[in-house]
Write a protein that binds this ligand. Sequence first.
Ligand code: AMP
Ligand code: ZN
Length: 494
Amino acid sequence: MALYRDQQLKLYNSLTGKKEVFTPLNEGHVGMYVCGPTVYSNVHLGNCRTFMSFDMIFRYLKHLEYKVRYVRNITDAGHLEDDEIGEGEDKIAKKARLEQIEPMEVVQRYTVDFHNILQKFNLLPPSIEPTATGHIIEQIEIIKEILEKGYAYEINGSVYFDVVKFNQSHEYGKLSGRRLEDMISNTRELTAQDEKRNPQDFALWKKAEPQHIMRWPSPWGDGFPGWHLECTAMSTKYLGETFDIHGGGMDLKFPHHECEIAQSEASTGKTPVKYWLHANMLTMNGKKMAKSTGNNILPNEIFSGENDLLSKAYSPAVVRFFMMQAHYTSILDLSDEALMASEKGYQRLMDALGIIDSLESGKTSAMDISSWRQRCYDAMNDDFNSPVLIAVLFEGVRYINQVREGKASLTAEDLSILKKTMKDFVFDVLGLESQTLDSAISEKLSGAVSLLIQMRNEARASKDFATSDKIRDELSALGIQLMDGKEGTTFSIS
Ligand code: AMP
Ligand code: ZN
């Protein structure tokens, strides 16, 4: 087969509101930037959905044999409590104050958690993972540039972006579809204490008050950078002034991404991004999953089943399959029923892949395997339509089962296309892992865990709770959860 990428990949560009043919700036290469997490708390499943969506996109671009440089940052400073107006305490500094630890301890703890969780979901690491605090100098340079071009002003040691001035010669709001006039009539008036000239202006640099611990020297005095600026600095540094794809959750479109565009256009005179991709939200009980409202679930609660929403534990691969069953631009609602249905589907897929290598070829082919493979590509080339891809892969599952049962045959060539395509898309593109164990090992493991359950029961009967807890906790640390029920103790492996 010719280069996979000779086929036309189309993607939905939030900037133009259209599906467009993907043509990278440099033939064969893709530069992609995705806004990373603010590491002040454990990532919830909603955050994970966005990162999984872009992992699937990264994987498909790689499958198309592009050389992809994927940059996903870590926000470890500058993200203030009120995203919308950019005010309040720094999220990381606040957590550090409440826990009486160093801000960098907060950053370390939640960066490690983020990496652990993404690894469980089988996300590939990005090519570069830069931090905001590691790029203060670059951010200061951009502020100087914007000041020089006249699109920012300094006041009392802080620097603000002048949105009204910028909008006279540029289009502020073009990504989010907002008009500055509407924003002006909808936002609160400035008070006498406000330093901004207009309520829409946003901070590029904020003066640090004496109690603010996360501070750096700058030409305007000690302070810290505004949240939007870090992404402009890091994307420009690693991908250039104009690059191919910028992604993030839908909720970042405004103000974060709008401000990124304004900062780049003001400092370089160039529009920074060719294709803007926005991933939609994971909801729970119909409402956006969010840290701030408490309407969220942590990945570990799903892996252990310890949450009132769930009747049981689900493995990371099942959760990933559940996410891939929705298009990345659609809202997806999490529920126990939906996860249970995904678990069945995932198992059917894995069962088919488990027998695929033992299939034997025949003299003729009963199915048109080449056109089936083409439909896999067509699905992904249509703005990464993973739910359609999965439906086509289930046709593949049917073929596998028919060949296995002797109800249909495939030539050796078609059989090898079927095998390769199934494995490529399930493992490499969707990033699903086979979590089925060899049946002999599984039998031995099951015997060993039953023995431990029996020993735990004996320890409990003799009131030796130290031993019984130790058995439960150490098994749990290995990813084996014991569940006590009416019919005795059962276990699940995540
Ligand atoms: P944050 O750490 O708050 O900056 O968020 C990290 C990423 O998670 C951003 O791209 C957000 O858009 C995304 N995100 C936050 N909540 C959700 C959600 N409920 N569903 C999907 N993505 C989300
Ligand atoms: Zn960002």
